[in-house]
Ligand binder design. Structure first.
Ligand code: SF4
Length: 316
C-alpha cells in the first residue's frame, strides 16, 4: 500500500471549474480522504475536446447503444468531435497505469450509467451512458469503474475501493516476469478475498490454477485476470463474509483456547446479525493470527484489502 493507487477521475469532482456553467462538483471524500492514498489523473472530456468554459449544456439523444451528443438549446451535434477525441484519449491513458476510474454521474460525456437520453418523443429515459465513459469502459473492460453517486452507498464504495487496490496488486504482478509460480503465489494470497466475493469463482480459479501447466502463460494470466476482476465485482455480503470468518477459524481451532473460540464465535454471530460491522470480527481475527502466527492467514489480503484509515468496513 506504500505506493499511491493511480485513478482516472472526472476533473470537476476534484473541484476544477470545468462545468458548462463554470462551476465544479468537488467531492470532499474523493478529493481529500481517498486522495491521501490515490494519485488522480483528472480528465474533463468536454474541455479537453475543445469546448469553452462556460458553454451551452449538452445532452444525449437517440439510441442508447449509439447516442448523439447535442447542445440542449441550439441542437448542434458534437458526436463526431467527442468520439474522435475519446478514441485518442483512451489510447493515451493506457500509459498512465490506471487502477480504476471515477466518473461524474448524470453527465452526457462522463456518466457511467443512468444518464438521461432523449428519444423522438422528447421524453428522456435513464438508459444512457456518457460518450467518453462508454469509450473508456470499452477500451479498458477489466478496469474497476464507478460513478460518484454510487459511491455514497457504503457497500458499493467498499467494493470499488477493494477492487482498485486488488487491481494495483495485479498490475504489480504483471511487472514481474510471468510465471506459474508467481501466479500461484498471487492466488494463494487472494484466496479468502475471492471467497468472500464469490465461492463459485473461488472454485473455478482454484481449478484454473491447479491445471496451470496445461495452458500457455499468456492464456493463463488472461483467464485468471478475467475471473479475478469478475469475482471481486460481486459484492461481499454479510453471509459470505461470515462464512469466510468461520472458515478462517478452522485454521487455528487447535491453538485457540476455549474462551478465545467462544469469543470469536460470538463476535462472528453478532456480525452475522448485523449488530457490529465487519471491522469488529476482522480485528479480533487479526489479533489471533498475529498471536498464533498462522502462516496461511497472515498473508491473506482479505485481512487488509485497503488502507484501514479509509474506514470502509465500519458500516452495518
Ligand atoms: S462531468 Fe465530465 S465533462 Fe462535465 S465538467 Fe465534469 S469532467 Fe467535464
Amino acid at each position: 500500500m506504500e505506493q499511491k493507487v493511480k485513478l482516472g477521475i472526472s476533473s470537476c469532482l476534484l473541484g476544477h471549474k470545468v462545468r458548462y456553467d463554470g462551476g465544479h462538483k468537488l467531492d470532499r471524500y474523493l478529493a481529500n480522504t481517498l486522495g491521501e492514498y490515490a494519485e488522480f489523473v483528472p480528465v474533463c472530456p468536454e474541455v479537453e475536446c475543445g469546448f469553452p468554459i462556460p458553454r451551452e449544456s449538452l445532452r444525449l439523444v437517440g439510441n442508447p447503444e449509439s447516442p448523439r451528443l447535442v447542445t440542449t438549446r441550439t441542437g448542434q451535434d458534437f458526436t463526431d468531435r467527442m468520439a474522435n477525441w475519446a478514441s485518442r484519449r483512451v489510447v493515451e491513458l493506457e500509459g498512465e497505469g490506471l487502477c480504476g476510474y471515477i466518473f461524474k454521474s448524470g453527465s452526457p460525456s462522463s456518466g457511467m450509467q443512468g444518464v438521461k437520453i432523449y428519444g423522438a418523443s422528447g421524453v428522456p429515459s435513464n438508459r444512457g451512458v456518457g460518450m467518453f465513459a462508454m469509450a473508456f469502459m470499452k477500451h479498458f473492460p477489466m478496469l474497476p469503474t464507478e460513478q460518484e453517486s454510487r459511491l455514497y452507498d457504503p457497500r458499493l464504495r467498499e467494493n470499488f475501493i477493494e477492487r482498485v487496490f486488488a487491481y494495483q496488486r495485479w498490475r504489480q504482478l504483471l511487472e514481474k516476469r510471468k510465471s506459474r509460480g508467481n501466479l500461484v503465489d498471487f492466488h494463494t494470497r487472494h484466496k479468502l478475498q475471492i471467497l468472500s466475493h464469490s465461492p463459485k469463482h473461488h472454485q473455478a480459479m482454484g481449478r484454473l490454477v491447479a491445471r496451470a501447466a496445461e495452458q500457455t502463460l499468456s492464456e493463463l494470466y488472461e483467464q485468471y485476470q478475467g475471473l479475478f476482476m469478475k469475482a471481486l465485482s460481486l459484492v461481499a455480503t454479510v453471509k459470505k463474509n461470515a462464512s469466510v470468518l468461520m472458515h478462517m477459524m478452522g485454521y487455528f481451532k487447535k491453538q485457540l483456547t476455549s474462551d478465545e473460540k467462544q469469543e470469536l464465535l460470538e463476535i462472528i454471530e453478532r456480525y452475522r446479525k448485523e449488530y457490529v460491522p465487519l471491522v469488529v470480527p476482522i480485528t479480533l481475527m487479526k489479533h489471533y493470527v498475529r498471536k498464533y502466527d498462522q502462516p496461511y492467514l497472515k498473508v491473506q489480503h482479505y485481512l487488509n484489502p485497503h488502507p484501514a484509515e479509509l474506514t470502509l468496513r465500519n458500516h452495518v
